[in-house]
Write a protein that binds this ligand. Structure first.
Ligand code: DGJ
Length: 726
């Protein structure tokens, strides 16, 4: 595993355990992409060129015989002979809109550099190696550095780009992608995660047609609509077989993953910040850094691809102490009380929750300003003492005396027009002087690009968070950005605000999490509206969806697990009939599905019957028993709920393969038909014992014949099978 440069052939060869990624410098300095796929030998890949199309309609550069329009490349330019999707567009002072990327030099460095203003993947120096290719656009006077980092033990490349103005004048970046990769003469499928509020991460797989297909957000956040994740795969790739390539952008704002299939059946994948409304001015000496994108490759289907992302995000992105620490088992007040609570209610919940074995009480929306509904008070982050008469410190003290920890809800990035903050600082919200502002859930968005807004939020939040023993914060974000402008920037720089907002968010989160390192922060955006890998740096867990219906959650959690580990997927047992769908599902099933995520509760513990309470107590014992296996084991998705609506089976296997937990749920009645579910990831020749029935099976029997679940036929039935190697 390594990064090697063959100076004679001018070939760079990046190798991990399973894949090779190869590129070559052309005679005149173009960076040509040669290969990305299953690991291959160190052949001279000069033969792998595509000189097919160069004619008047696919022109060639003056110093080369090939056309950039057909040649696979590392970082595509524009107006210089390649008509396909560009990676970098530069508008020079003379108005020319073009770019060229030519190799100048390179270095191979130990370790993985960190980005200054944005979350980045980290690794120890002995775990990672980085190739830095320095290129230049001599006409625009831009130096362009392409970064490729590999973490030796994982099948990943982390890419990003840094551009610097090395001239005397000023230019504008109109597009600056994090990566580009061209696949030669191929026929792939594309898989994406699309959705909406309360229905996140639907898995859609399509044939990639001719033309440009874009998975993108213009909402100012990574969005419910498209997760910044795409996989491309062999047509016959399955969960367990075939070549699959993943692309996941570490960015929480407007993004685009553009796929272009051209007439030669070449496929280009360009990932980065969305160029819509992006116009970044660089003066002499100034630099611009793109976010990182993680490329993953699996020769063994989607399951392995996901497990690679899970390992990466469990170990190489979060700065939180809670990344590896056992998280507290929480109960959240939202669906139990909505805005209608007092300190007495909260204390009462805490008492009852404690009896069940729950460890942390989270007071959701409604504790501040005059917030009795969603029409007021965002921005007024001081305690509503009409509701919490004892005051926060006293209430938290009483909760702690009961033996429970305490957590609190915030939506820091927002401002209600009906608020004290808006009276004082109407100019702090995103607005355009000549247009009326759009309301979303009765609120506006604060302009986090402004330092004074970041400072206000830092001060007002730390004041409350330090006033008593608060150990958890839920950070919500309930609308998307409109009216994005910045009055005091010159017109030519107004295209910077979307990106500066995201940088402002990261900066605030960086400061708060440094100041309050003991607090567990959970991300939320009306559920999974901003579930992206960048925010995993601060939020080791994210509320996956406001849809808490167990059946719906099967698909939502399955889709989210394509890229994100179960330890990050916030999931709770909620009330029935379900508040979103009206469906009634057995408590056992609700608990089984919530336990395939972070596990927690979102219901009134006062309303549980004695029988339900006894059941919950037993489930909590199992939660502790299986915690390590679920959170630190490997996930195997045994069924696909987008193809099979009848039953769902999920398996967690310990890293040493000596333990496995299978959860089987009947999501729709399926009488008469037998069901055998084949397990995965076990030692073939070992014997495993079902610890409840005592029945023993060989690993290969479990993986080839499977477990027999035929007797579970009714909707809502569920069972766990826990196996230990003997
Ligand atoms: C949206 C979140 O997803 C919910 O869980 C809850 O916190 C509400 N916001 C509160 O307004």
């Amino acid at each position: 595993m390594s990064i090697i440069f063959n100076s004679e052939k001018k070939i760079f060869s990046i190798k991990t355990a399973d894949f090779s990624y190869i590129m070559q410098i052309s005679d005149s300095g173009y960076l040509l992409h040669k290969y990305f796929g299953k690991a291959i030998g160190d052949d001279d890949l000069s033969f792998a060129t595509l000189e097919v199309a160069h004619a008047s309609f696919s022109p060639n550069p003056a110093d080369e015989s090939f056309s950039l329009d057909s040649m696979p490349q590392e970082y595509s330019a524009s107006q210089t002979g390649d008509f396909r999707v560009s990676s970098v567009d530069i508008k020079s002072a003379n108005g020319e809109y073009a770019s060229e990327v030519k190799y100048v030099s390179h270095e191979i460095i130990t370790g993985k550099p960190q980005l200054k203003d944005m979350p980045s993947i980290f690794a120890e120096n002995d775990e990672a190696t980085t190739l830095v290719l320095t290129c230049e656009d001599v006409y625009a006077k831009a130096e362009i550095k392409l970064y490729y980092s590999i973490i030796e033990k994982l099948n990943i490349i982390v890419r990003s780009v840094k551009i610097k103005n090395i001239g005397d004048g000023t230019f504008h970046l109109m597009k600056m992608a994090s990566s580009c990769v061209d696949f030669c003469a191929c026929d792939f499928d594309m898989t994406q995660l699309y959705g909406t509020w309360s229905k996140e991460c639907n898995v859609e797989r399509i044939n990639i047609p001719q033309g440009i297909h874009s998975i993108a957000s213009r909402r100012g956040s990574s969005s419910h609509q498209h997760n910044p994740f795409v996989a491309i795969s062999d047509k016959d790739a399955t969960e367990t077989s075939g070549n699959v390539y993943g692309f996941n952008l570490l960015y929480s704002g407007n993004f685009a993953i553009e796929l272009e299939r051209d007439y030669l059946d070449n496929l280009r994948v360009v990932c980065g910040i969305n160029s819509w409304n992006f116009d970044f001015e660089l003066s002499s000496g100034e630099e611009f850094q793109t976010p990182e994108v993680v490329f993953t490759y699996s020769p063994n289907g989607f399951g392995e691809l996901s497990r690679t992302y899970h390992k990466l995000y469990k170990n190489h992105i979060s700065k939180s102490k809670w990344a590896h620490k056992k998280r507290p088992l929480l109960i959240n007040t939202w669906e139990a009380a909505y805005f209608n609570f007092t300190d007495e209610t909260i204390i009462e919940y805490a008492k009852h929750a404690k009896e069940l074995g729950i460890e942390l009480l989270v007071m959701d929306d409604g504790w501040f300003g005059k917030r009795n509904n969603d029409k007021t008070s965002l921005g007024d982050w001081f305690v509503n003492t009409e509701k919490l008469k004892k005051g926060l410190p006293k209430m938290v003290e009483e909760i702690n005396e009961i033996g429970m920890d305490f957590g609190i809800w915030y939506e820091p990035e927002m401002i209600s027009p009906v608020s004290e903050l808006y009276k004082k600082h109407p100019e702090w919200c995103m607005h355009m002087s000549a247009r009326p502002n759009c309301l979303g859930r009765n609120q506006y968005v604060l302009n986090l690009a402004l330092k004074e807004v970041q400072d206000y939020l830092f001060d007002v939040m730390t004041e409350v968070l330090k006033s008593c023993n608060i150990t958890y914060v839920k950070w919500d974000f309930n609308r998307n950005l409109t009216n994005v402008s910045m009055e005091d920037l010159p017109n030519s720089e107004k295209g910077e605000t979307f990106h500066r907002y995201v940088l402002g968010l990261y900066s605030l989160l960086e400061r708060l999490t440094d100041e309050l390192p003991e607090i567990l922060f959970e991300g939320c955006s009306g559920g999974g509206g901003r579930f992206d890998p960048a925010l995993l740096r601060y939020f080791p867990q994210n509320w996956a969806s406001d849809d808490t219906d167990a059946v719906e959650r099967i698909q939502i959690q399955y889709g989210t697990s394509m890229a994100y580990p179960v330890s990050a997927i916030g999931s709770h047992v909620s009330n029935c009939p379900n508040h979103q769908t009206g469906r009634t599902s057995p408590l056992k099933m609700r608990s089984a599905i919530a336990m395939m995520g972070t596990y927690g509760f979102e219901l009134s513990p006062l309303k549980l019957t004695d029988e339900e309470k006894d059941f919950v107590k037993e489930e909590i014992k199992l939660y502790h028993k299986y915690y390590d296996l679920i959170n630190n084991g490997e996930l195997y998705r045994l069924t696909n709920p987008f193809e099979n609506p009848y039953y769902c089976a999920t398996e967690f296997v310990s890293p040493s393969k000596d333990k496995a937990l299978v959860t089987y749920v009947v999501s729709r009645s399926r009488r008469l038909k037998p069901v055998f579910v084949k397990l995965q990831g076990l030692n073939e020749h070992s014997k495993y014992k079902d610890m409840d029935t005592g029945i023993c099976y060989f690993g290969d029997t479990l993986m080839n014949l499977g477990l027999n679940f035929s007797k579970y036929t009714d909707e809502g039935e569920s069972v766990r099978v826990y196996l230990e190697e003997i």
